[in-house]
Design a protein around this ligand. Structure first.
Ligand code: NDP
Length: 394
């Protein structure tokens, strides 16, 4: 293994064992001389974390679950790699000086560590969209205060990031987020009612973690992305559109006031947007399949069906309501998705639970002003969602 050159970028990967984390490390492995690892983190997959740490030699490896400290320590004995466990250790990993930090922990659990990386003024490659959804302008204010740089990893937001001309926000007519439509794009409501977790995670285009795969099936993922786009590219909610594009080749588009529409295209492989942030502002080679439009033949587009995918309406409503609503939406959705994956509720119950919890709490809870406020709203919403789940347990 070549040793990192003096110009190597110091990087950390939060959520290293997940789908995005592994794709990130795959790119690093192909460009070993350009990167040195500060920290790697995981939640419970200690075996993979040990393997990754042995291969990439970070200074620090952190497992979020306290009870897995001993196996991690034993697995890395003699390597000289520091090991730690627990939530405080995750924050410590995020605060290690680094030029670039991949924020790829799933869910609101990623908020505090990502915020810590932001506070260090790092270049933060943001995969964890839930951060922006649950902490919104509080999060973007922290980015500004720290002078950090957010590099969007979500393929849609990365596409917009690539085609949005600097300083041209006021010239934007519309931003169009494309959506694959997920595995139930053409299913009837009755088929969706009976959908199993295995069917819901079998995404037709993207290979992703379980939570985001279910979010894609309900299209809540696109709803969360709408909120994410609102914070990253503040053109106004009325200028943000969602368009179903089953081939997942056009990753998003920006329409300008002169009628020009700029899009970024590519095969559906997360290593493309990740590479864009990892090498930014330069570009790096990836092993992603090259786009062959002649072979694909046709690209199709259709309007989303808001009746079968009510999560899209819920997310837009949450954004319009503002205050605590997006935080409630995110927390309730995480609980409902986990309950669906555990076989406790049906597929269509996910949006129902979210809607009910928003109805229960949106007018009650104040807008969050601090991280503690966000976490409190998150906890309250999870409790309420757990109660709602109990009511529709199958
Ligand atoms: P995965 O479920 O595959 O991986 C999640 C990562 O976070 C794992 O490393 C996991 O550790 C860790 N983790 C889970 N829970 C906790 C916790 N409570 N505390 C600390 N670490 C935790 O998710 P994805 O890689 O699919 O997604 C990651 C994020 O990126 C999500 O926010 C998702 O929305 C976003 N994203 C993902 C895309 C994709 O293609 N996968 C595309 C665009 C955005 P362990 O493995 O040990 O459980």
């Amino acid at each position: 293994m070549p040793s990192p050159s003096s110009a190597a970028r110091r990087i950390s990967v939060l959520g290293a064992t997940g789908s995005v984390g592994c794709s990130t490390l795959d790119l690093v492995a192909r460009n070993r001389a350009n990167y040195e690892l500060a920290a790697l983190t995981a939640h419970s997959n200690v075996e993979t974390l040990i393997e990754q740490a042995r291969e990439f030699r970070p200074e620090l490896a952190v497992i979020a679950r306290d009870d897995l400290y001993q196996p991690l320590k034993e697995g890395l004995a003699g390597t000289g790699i520091e090991v730690a466990a627990g939530e405080a250790a995750l924050i410590e990993a995020a605060s290690r000086p680094a030029d670039w930090v991949m924020a790829a922990i799933v869910g609101a659990a990623g908020l505090a560590p990502t915020l810590e990386a932001v506070r260090q003024g790092a270049h933060v490659a943001l995969a964890n969209k839930e951060c922006l959804v649950c902490a919104g302008s509080f999060f973007t204010d922290a980015v500004k205060r720290a002078g950090a740089t957010l590099l969007p990893v979500d393929s849609e937001h990365n596409a917009i990031f690539q085609v949005l001309e600097p300083g041209a926000l006021e010239k934007v007519d519309r931003i169009v987020l494309t959506a694959s439509g997920g595995p139930f794009r053409t299913s009837s409501l009755e088929e969706m009612r009976r959908a199993t977790p295995a069917e819901a995670v079998a995404h037709p285009r993207w290979d992703m973690g379980a939570k985001i795969s279910v979010d894609s099936a309900t299209m809540m993922n696109k709803g969360l992305e709408l909120i994410e786009a609102h914070h990253l590219f503040p053109v106004g909610l009325e200028r943000l559109e969602i368009l179903v594009h089953p081939q997942s080749i056009v990753h998003s588009m920006v329409a300008y006031e002169d009628g020009s529409v700029l899009a970024q295209l590519g095969t559906p492989d997360m290593r493309i947007p990740i590479a864009n942030t990892l090498a930014w502002p330069a570009r790096m080679e990836t092993p992603a399949a090259r786009l062959d439009l002649a072979e694909i033949g046709s690209l199709t587009f259709e309007a989303p069906d808001l009746k079968r995918f009510p999560a899209l309406v819920l997310a837009r409503d949450a954004l319009q309501s503002g205050g605590a609503a997006p935080t409630i939406l995110n927390a309730a959705n995480e609980v409902a998705v986990a309950a669906f994956l555990a076989g406790q509720i049906g597929f269509l119950d996910i949006a129902q639970v979210v809607e009910r919890v928003m109805g229960d709490l949106a007018d009650e809870l104040p807008a969050p002003g601090t991280l503690d406020d966000v976490m409190q709203i998150d906890r309250t919403s999870r409790q309420k969602a757990a109660e709602r789940v109990q009511k529709c347990v199958v």
